[in-house]
Design a protein around this ligand. Structure first.
Ligand code: PMP
Length: 418
């Protein structure tokens, strides 16, 4: 309400606050919806920046969480053995890794996405003894110095105030509109003793660039990248912080391409509840750290283990959820096809429920997002120029809510890109 002194304006640093925060104070959330303090309802096509794949306050994770909180069990996150951690590790092994034939050691690198990326980069350097990293145009990997150094967005990079070194950006799959489909040029550079290029420790890649404009890599491009890394003894890190945990239709976003990265970064929706949790997965033979070489206070969030276990047992124990997700993805993309067909200079981006619509006129996406908010839909923009609307509903959204959100998007697109 307007008579309340707005402490967000007077006491929260403008620097700290979220760059695209909506002009509302959100008080309640359930499923694919949020309500502000005045009771206005919003459909959520943002999902906590990808941290709420199973929707807000899903009873399947909230029940076990409340029980855990009231049970007198361990609440802190110090790196010690607990039954909650044991059950998470066992569930992750039995229901996620084993059925996919994946053999990874699991590490808890710290609570957030940037922590798992830092751990991955650091481990790759320790294993190989090399310091150079390759990453991609428009990549986003986090805000700390290591993860920022492999990030492609120059505005974000400038936040460090200094040149960020030890990494090179190379063109992502879409960069030349499909004209450079393979890595022959990179292979030549790596093999040429006159190229002056240091052999990298690792390549870090997102299969869909969640922050960098919903660009999606083709499966064959990812396979070519994986082959190149194997051939040249370079570690392949897949940053699945945003594209993982079901977003693209399978638990890991790289399953479709049939590749097996050396290191995988997970965070955001891995806890299933919005509680902070991150994992770094790596081939067991890369387990070179001595105890204490990578530690931190919030490495193992016990309440997050409880909700993560519940989410995996509910959604990934069999194929039911994944089949339903495939239907939701098909429904979304069918509708996007018709929306884009009618719009001037619009095209679809992304994969699965990590989708977007890109507009030739760079101002359209921001206008559509603002229109969406006014009409009760939370919608983000993505890309270095905010040129894409980002469509990221909870994976559990029902058809009615999905279509209602898409109605608002269609009306906004018709208004600003007729
Ligand atoms: N990697 C990717 C692909 C991400 O999308 C993000 C967050 N948007 C991060 C890393 C960083 O995660 P966090 O914000 O939790 O540090």
């Amino acid at each position: 309400p307007t008579d309340k002194p707005d402490i967000f304006e007077t006491r929260e640093s403008a620097v700290r606050s979220y760059c695209r925060s909506w002009p509302a104070t959100f008080a309640r959330s359930q499923g694919a919806k949020q309500w502000d303090e005045d009771g206005n309802e919003y459909l959520d096509f943002f999902s906590g920046a990808g941290a709420l794949n199973y929707g807000h306050n899903n009873p399947v994770v909230m029940g076990p969480l409340i029980e855990y909180l009231q049970s007198g069990a361990v609440l802190h996150s110090m790196d010690m053995k607990t039954p909650a951690k044991r059950e998470f590790l066992q569930t992750f092994q039995d229901l996620i890794l084993k059925p996919r034939g994946l053999d990874y050691s699991v590490m808890f690198p710290g609570p957030t996405g940037t922590n798992t990326v830092e751990a991955a980069l650091k481990l790759a350097r320790k294993v190989t003894g090399r310091q150079h990293m390759l990453s991609f145009t428009n990549a986003f990997h986090g805000m700390t110095l290591g993860s920022l150094s492999v990030t492609g967005n120059s505005m974000k990079r400038e936040g460090a105030g200094i040149p960020l070194t030890n990494s090179s950006k190379i063109p992502y799959d879409d960069y030349f509109d499909g004209e450079v489909p393979d890595f022959l040029w990179l292979e030549k550079v790596l093999e040429d003793s006159g190229s002056g290029v240091d052999k990298p420790a690792a390549v870090i890649v997102e299969t869909v660039q969640g922050e960098g404009g919903l660009r999606a890599a083709r499966a064959e491009w990812l396979r070519a990248l994986s082959d190149l890394c194997k051939k040249h003894d370079i570690l392949l890190i897949v940053d699945d912080v945003q594209a993982g945990c079901g977003r693209t239709g399978s638990f890991f976003s790289f399953e479709e391409a049939g590749i097996e990265p050396d290191i995988v970064c997970l965070s955001k929706s891995i806890s299933g509840s919005g509680l902070p949790l991150a994992l770094t997965l790596f081939r067991p033979e890369l387990d070179v750290w001595e105890p204490g070489e990578h530690n931190g206070t919030f490495r193992g969030n016990n309440p997050a283990f409880v909700t993560a276990t519940a989410a995996i047992k509910t959604f990934w124990a069999d194929n039911e959820f994944q089949n339903q997700l495939a239907d939701t993805i098909a429904e979304l993309h069918q509708r996007l096809d018709t929306i884009v067909e009618k719009a001037e200079g619009a095209s679809i981006r992304g994969r699965g429920l990590l989708a977007g619509v890109c507009f030739e006129d760079l101002e359209v996406a921001e206008k559509v997002a603002a229109y969406a908010f006014e009409n009760g839909l939370l919608l983000e923009t993505s890309g270095a120029d905010d040129e894409v609307i980002k469509i990221m509903p909870p994976l559990t959204i029902d058809s009615r809510d999905l279509q209602a959100g898409l109605d608002i998007i269609e009306a906004g697109v018709a208004k600003f890109a007729p």
